[in-house]
Design a binder for this molecule. Structure first.
Ligand SMILES: Nc1ncnc2c1ncn2[C@@H]1O[C@H](COP(=O)(O)OP(=O)(O)O)[C@@H](O)[C@H]1O
Ligand SMILES: [Mg+2]
Length: 333
């Protein structure tokens, strides 16, 4: 079991309230991602759940039981950090066994758990090595192994991939998703990277300044962002946000159009502009179009083979049913 409920939880450091009253329920077996800009309170929230920080007020329940005052080791949760914090002089086996040895667990049961975790993580052949003899990805897997053997009610990950290079990050992303499919244990995963959030989560919690801006599945957030912040934060490249007279035509303060929801033509269309920078990704090209008469540059996603060049005049036309409308307060209309 691994249901976690936060009930009006707040956190202040001195006079500064970092988490205003916050309610959240994480269901058993869910993969939940906390995402938001640096400093928005993601780690603090995770550490409150882990018990590494005390709440200022409110209640945390784990599987229905009040765990607000429960010490971290007794919460049945396992945390995986960005820095793997492995012991360099110990073998992989000893590193993974560490929490079990500390708990004084029977040796046979320790071995059973270590072998099982090593198998899931493809570390069976590396149990006798030292961390220094492993790649970055393998080290991260050892750190995860140390969490798995505890058989926690939930795994808590705080930006576990930010120290890895881009290719390895994509790989580990898949491995962690696969691990979740295998273990079916609740996972809470913190990242500032919305692509990680979109690709891994069952449920995304978007945070800004300690506030939950929106909770939903990746596609819910993509299709129906509740406000301008979520609209701009989820999706890559970012949604084009347009104010002024053009938005007023749609009876809105701001309208939003995603780069993939505009067509491009060299002869006619709604907004005429001039091609600036092109980003060629092979499969797609992102064109940045300026001098449209709208406030900002527009980004449009085109076919990878599109034959337009810097300085060309182009026309962009948004798909009418894909225009997002927002009011004065930035809320979705
Ligand atoms: N121990 C602390 N003492 C004082 N302020 C802190 C402490 N830990 C975090 N903060 C502040 O709380 C806010 C949220 O921090 P954090 O949860 O680390 O954000 P994130 O993980 O989203 O980058 C930041 O403004 C940070 O400076
Ligand atoms: Mg953090």
């Amino acid at each position: 079991m691994g249901t976690i409920t936060l009930d009006k939880v707040t956190k202040s450091f001195g006079a500064v309230q970092v988490i205003p009253p916050l309610d959240l329920t994480i269901g058993d077996g869910e993969f939940v991602v906390f995402v938001g800009p640096s400093g928005c309170g993601k780690s603090t929230l995770l550490r409150l759940i882990a018990g590494l920080e005390d709440v200022t007020s409110g209640e945390i329940r784990i599987d229905g039981r009040n765990a607000t005052e429960t010490p971290p080791a007794k919460r049945g949760l396992a945390m995986v950090f960005q820095s793997y914090a492995l012991y360099p002089h110990m073998s992989v086996r000893k590193n993974i066994a560490f929490p079990l040895r500390m708990a004084g667990m029977d040796k046979a049961e320790q071995d059973r758990r270590i072998e099982a975790a090593a198998k899931v993580l493809n570390l069976s052949d590396y149990l006798d090595r030292r961390p220094g003899q492993l790649s970055g990805g393998q080290r991260q897997r050892v750190a995860i192994g140390r969490a798995i053997v505890r058989e926690p009610a939930a795994f808590l990950f705080d930006e576990p991939l930010s120290n890895l290079d881009a290719a390895l990050r994509v790989n580990m992303r898949l491995e962690i998703s696969e691990l979740h499919n295998t273990l079916e244990t609740t996972m809470i995963y913190v990242t500032h990277d919305q692509v990680e959030a979109m690709t891994m989560a069952d449920k995304i919690v978007v945070l800004r300044a300690g506030n939950i801006e929106q909770v939903g599945s990746p596609l819910e957030l993509y299709r129906n962002p509740r406000n301008v912040f979520v609209a701009g934060f989820i999706g890559s490249p970012k949604m084009n946000l347009i104010d002024g007279a053009e938005a007023a035509k749609h009876d809105a303060k701001t309208i939003g159009v995603r780069p993939e929801h505009m067509s491009i033509s060299t002869t006619d269309g709604q907004w005429r502009g001039v091609v600036g920078v092109s980003e060629h990704l092979g499969s797609d090209t992102f064109l940045h179009v300026h001098d449209t008469g709208l406030a900002d540059t527009l980004t449009v996603r085109c076919d990878g083979e599109i034959g337009v060049h810097h300085g060309d005049a182009v026309y962009l036309t948004p798909q009418p049913d894909k225009i997002h409308r927002f009011d004065e307060a930035g809320l979705r209309l």
